[in-house]
Design a binder for this molecule. Sequence first.
Ligand code: COA
Length: 347
Amino acid sequence: MHDTQIGPERVAADLGLDASYGSWLAELDCLGGPEPGTVLPAPREAAATLRELGCPPEAIADAVGTLPDPRTDPARWWLLERCRTRLVRTLGDPDAARGTWPKLPSRLGPAGGAFYLHLVLATMPATRAYHASRHVPEQVSWATLADLGRHVAIERATTGATGVDEPWWLTLHLRGILYEIGRLQYAVFRLGRGPEHPSPWYDDGEAALLGPGFRTGDDALGVHIPGGTPLTPESCAASYAEARRILDECFPSATRRVATCSSWLLDDQLEEYLAPGSNILEFQRRFTLVPGAGDGDRGVLTFVFRTVDTPLDELPHETRLQRAVVAHLRSGRHFRWRTGWMDLPRG
Ligand SMILES: CC(C)(COP(=O)(O)OP(=O)(O)OC[C@H]1O[C@@H](n2cnc3c(N)ncnc32)[C@H](O)[C@@H]1OP(=O)(O)O)[C@@H](O)C(=O)NCCC(=O)NCCS
């Protein structure tokens, strides 16, 4: 027991966490003590694993150079043990609340920035064991966890520092909810339950009319689209077929019929701007849109420019989509966050 004398107040004081971290610390404190088994690999092994997960060399150096030790870094260890606890207690449970996953203050430098890389290292053995228990293929297991490298690279590109752009996102991978299969990622979830349920979605009456596969509690897959390489129709088709095959084996279900997607990529206004053969428009064609929409401006700005508060005049206009986004917003119009669904291909 390394942390008998340490609690949320001491953690906040040691790390200089202000009141905005209070609810996070309270959530972690409420866990009632950590699950046993928080172990970090030795530096050489940690570096090899982070390399395997696609992390850039500077981030690996930062993470390895700041691996916390329970005796000398009790505050960071307290956070690490409890964050890992929250993940391993909800392994494989898509209905569990997401919880809060804030970045640590940049003032802490690499030790704070690398916190979520340390959390991945500490949690991965449990995640890998869960994958193995579900017979998730090795290649899928590693490809899934290697999303870490992508998100560390995004953070470096946008802030120049080591970290992860959206820490909560990686909790889905670590909890065994999300799988990367070929070009796309899939969340295994149940309609109408938990935070993976898409929004907008049909009300109960509409869902009942659509029949089995659409009802509350029916299993479904949530499609997610990592950036980085073109979203070709061929790569998507291969991914859908492979996902159906693999996930039906690992997570058998009598009720799973549809894959859903909620994204700015499904905004049908993009048709006004993109060329007919564009990958985004081809992607849209596979989905039936659900009525209703959320505000998509923030999503578009994030995924096209990686900034939400830069004046429109200062945004790059290198690609057709970048020019379209600026023109659309400048004319006073808005983007929409849409949900679509598609029948999963039969195996
Ligand atoms: C999904 C994604 C790979 C599609 O890119 P793509 O395969 O190039 O798509 P298209 O063929 O339809 O692109 C049409 C045009 O828009 C541009 N474009 C597409 N996505 C872009 C993006 N995110 N940022 C800037 N430009 C983009 C393309 O470069 C192309 O422009 P060009 O004709 O001047 O060359 C890309 O948007 C991306 O990486 N997005 C980030 C991840 C994401 O948004 N996920 C969904 C989260 S809800």
